[in-house]
Design a protein around this ligand. Structure first.
Ligand code: 5GP
Ligand code: ZN
Length: 143
Protein backbone atom coordinates (compact mmCIF):
# COMPACT_ATOMS: atom_id res chain seq x y z
CA UNK A 1 0.00 0.00 0.00
CA UNK A 2 2.93 2.31 0.62
CA UNK A 3 4.30 4.36 -2.31
CA UNK A 4 8.08 4.69 -2.56
CA UNK A 5 8.05 8.29 -3.76
CA UNK A 6 5.53 9.55 -1.16
CA UNK A 7 6.97 11.59 1.73
CA UNK A 8 4.18 10.62 4.11
CA UNK A 9 4.45 6.89 3.25
CA UNK A 10 8.16 7.21 4.08
CA UNK A 11 7.23 8.82 7.41
CA UNK A 12 4.78 5.94 8.11
CA UNK A 13 7.55 3.43 7.27
CA UNK A 14 10.01 5.27 9.54
CA UNK A 15 12.33 6.08 6.63
CA UNK A 16 11.89 9.83 7.22
CA UNK A 17 11.90 10.99 10.86
CA UNK A 18 8.89 12.81 12.28
CA UNK A 19 7.64 14.09 15.63
CA UNK A 20 4.98 11.42 15.96
CA UNK A 21 2.14 12.24 18.35
CA UNK A 22 -0.22 9.30 17.62
CA UNK A 23 -0.24 5.95 15.85
CA UNK A 24 -2.55 2.96 15.63
CA UNK A 25 -3.08 0.30 12.94
CA UNK A 26 -4.89 2.68 10.57
CA UNK A 27 -3.88 6.25 11.33
CA UNK A 28 -0.89 8.31 12.34
CA UNK A 29 -0.31 11.91 13.37
CA UNK A 30 2.84 14.00 13.54
CA UNK A 31 3.86 17.64 13.83
CA UNK A 32 3.99 19.62 10.59
CA UNK A 33 7.63 20.30 9.67
CA UNK A 34 6.82 23.89 8.69
CA UNK A 35 4.16 24.81 11.26
CA UNK A 36 1.67 27.65 10.82
CA UNK A 37 1.30 27.74 14.62
CA UNK A 38 2.81 25.86 17.59
CA UNK A 39 1.16 22.43 17.68
CA UNK A 40 0.27 22.35 13.95
CA UNK A 41 -0.44 18.63 13.48
CA UNK A 42 -1.12 16.43 10.45
CA UNK A 43 -3.37 13.36 10.72
CA UNK A 44 -3.10 10.73 7.98
CA UNK A 45 -4.24 7.25 7.07
CA UNK A 46 -1.24 4.88 7.08
CA UNK A 47 -2.34 3.45 3.74
CA UNK A 48 -1.55 5.62 0.73
CA UNK A 49 -4.66 7.39 -0.59
CA UNK A 50 -4.22 10.62 -2.48
CA UNK A 51 -7.49 12.45 -1.80
CA UNK A 52 -10.63 12.10 0.32
CA UNK A 53 -12.51 10.79 -2.72
CA UNK A 54 -9.98 7.96 -3.05
CA UNK A 55 -10.04 7.11 0.67
CA UNK A 56 -12.42 4.30 1.67
CA UNK A 57 -15.14 5.54 4.02
CA UNK A 58 -14.14 3.27 6.92
CA UNK A 59 -10.54 4.53 6.75
CA UNK A 60 -11.72 8.16 6.48
CA UNK A 61 -14.02 7.69 9.48
CA UNK A 62 -11.15 6.22 11.49
CA UNK A 63 -8.86 9.11 10.54
CA UNK A 64 -11.56 11.57 11.55
CA UNK A 65 -11.99 9.83 14.92
CA UNK A 66 -8.25 10.21 15.54
CA UNK A 67 -8.36 13.81 14.35
CA UNK A 68 -11.23 14.53 16.74
CA UNK A 69 -9.35 13.17 19.75
CA UNK A 70 -6.08 14.82 18.73
CA UNK A 71 -7.79 18.16 18.27
CA UNK A 72 -8.53 18.24 22.00
CA UNK A 73 -5.01 17.04 22.87
CA UNK A 74 -3.38 19.68 20.66
CA UNK A 75 -5.59 22.48 22.03
CA UNK A 76 -4.68 21.53 25.60
CA UNK A 77 -0.97 21.02 24.84
CA UNK A 78 -0.43 24.50 23.39
CA UNK A 79 -3.22 26.23 25.32
CA UNK A 80 -4.96 27.27 22.09
CA UNK A 81 -8.16 29.31 22.00
CA UNK A 82 -9.43 27.37 18.96
CA UNK A 83 -8.29 25.45 15.89
CA UNK A 84 -8.81 25.39 12.16
CA UNK A 85 -9.26 21.79 11.02
CA UNK A 86 -9.03 21.31 7.28
CA UNK A 87 -7.98 19.15 4.36
CA UNK A 88 -6.40 20.70 1.30
CA UNK A 89 -8.10 18.14 -0.93
CA UNK A 90 -6.63 18.00 -4.44
CA UNK A 91 -4.06 20.15 -6.20
CA UNK A 92 -6.61 22.88 -7.04
CA UNK A 93 -7.27 23.26 -3.31
CA UNK A 94 -3.57 23.68 -2.55
CA UNK A 95 -2.70 20.09 -1.64
CA UNK A 96 1.06 19.74 -1.98
CA UNK A 97 1.64 16.28 -0.51
CA UNK A 98 -0.50 13.77 -2.45
CA UNK A 99 -1.24 11.55 0.58
CA UNK A 100 -4.51 12.65 2.18
CA UNK A 101 -4.01 14.48 5.49
CA UNK A 102 -6.02 16.61 7.88
CA UNK A 103 -4.44 19.72 9.36
CA UNK A 104 -5.06 20.75 12.96
CA UNK A 105 -3.91 24.38 13.18
CA UNK A 106 -4.11 25.91 16.66
CA UNK A 107 -5.45 29.43 16.79
CA UNK A 108 -4.95 32.10 19.42
CA UNK A 109 -6.94 35.24 20.12
CA UNK A 110 -5.39 38.09 18.12
CA UNK A 111 -2.98 35.84 16.18
CA UNK A 112 -3.66 37.79 12.99
CA UNK A 113 -4.69 34.71 10.99
CA UNK A 114 -7.79 34.23 8.87
CA UNK A 115 -10.90 32.07 9.09
CA UNK A 116 -11.51 29.25 6.62
CA UNK A 117 -13.78 31.64 4.68
CA UNK A 118 -10.60 33.25 3.36
CA UNK A 119 -9.32 30.18 1.47
CA UNK A 120 -11.43 30.24 -1.69
CA UNK A 121 -11.46 32.75 -4.56
CA UNK A 122 -14.05 35.44 -5.23
CA UNK A 123 -17.51 34.55 -3.86
CA UNK A 124 -19.85 33.44 -6.69
CA UNK A 125 -23.09 35.34 -7.25
CA UNK A 126 -25.60 32.48 -7.45
CA UNK A 127 -29.33 32.83 -8.06
CA UNK A 128 -31.93 30.93 -6.00
CA UNK A 129 -32.51 28.66 -9.03
CA UNK A 130 -28.81 27.89 -9.38
CA UNK A 131 -28.56 27.11 -5.67
CA UNK A 132 -31.58 24.78 -5.97
CA UNK A 133 -29.98 23.01 -8.93
CA UNK A 134 -26.64 22.57 -7.15
CA UNK A 135 -28.36 21.19 -4.05
CA UNK A 136 -30.32 18.73 -6.23
CA UNK A 137 -27.17 17.67 -8.10
CA UNK A 138 -25.31 16.98 -4.84
CA UNK A 139 -28.31 15.05 -3.54
CA UNK A 140 -28.41 12.81 -6.63
CA UNK A 141 -24.62 12.28 -6.66
CA UNK A 142 -24.64 10.67 -3.20
CA UNK A 143 -24.08 6.90 -3.08
P1 5GP B 1 -0.70 20.36 1.99
O1 5GP B 1 -0.52 21.64 1.23
O2 5GP B 1 -0.38 19.16 1.13
O3 5GP B 1 -2.06 20.27 2.63
O4 5GP B 1 0.30 20.42 3.20
C1 5GP B 1 1.43 19.63 3.31
C2 5GP B 1 2.03 19.92 4.67
O5 5GP B 1 3.02 18.94 4.92
C3 5GP B 1 2.70 21.28 4.77
O6 5GP B 1 2.10 22.01 5.84
C4 5GP B 1 4.17 20.96 5.02
O7 5GP B 1 4.77 21.85 5.94
C5 5GP B 1 4.10 19.54 5.56
N1 5GP B 1 5.27 18.72 5.23
C6 5GP B 1 5.83 18.60 4.00
N2 5GP B 1 6.86 17.73 4.06
C7 5GP B 1 6.93 17.31 5.35
C8 5GP B 1 7.80 16.39 6.03
O8 5GP B 1 8.71 15.78 5.46
N3 5GP B 1 7.57 16.19 7.36
C9 5GP B 1 6.55 16.82 8.01
N4 5GP B 1 6.41 16.56 9.32
N5 5GP B 1 5.72 17.69 7.40
C10 5GP B 1 5.91 17.93 6.09
ZN1 ZN C 1 1.70 8.01 0.69
Amino acid sequence: MSQDDCIFCQIVDGDIPSRKVFEDDTAMAFLDANPLAPGHTLVIPKEHHETLEETPEDVAAHVFGALHRLNTAVEHAVDADGTNVAFNNGEAAGQEVPHVHGHIIPRFEGDGGNPIHAVAGKRPDLSEAELDEIAEDIHTQRD
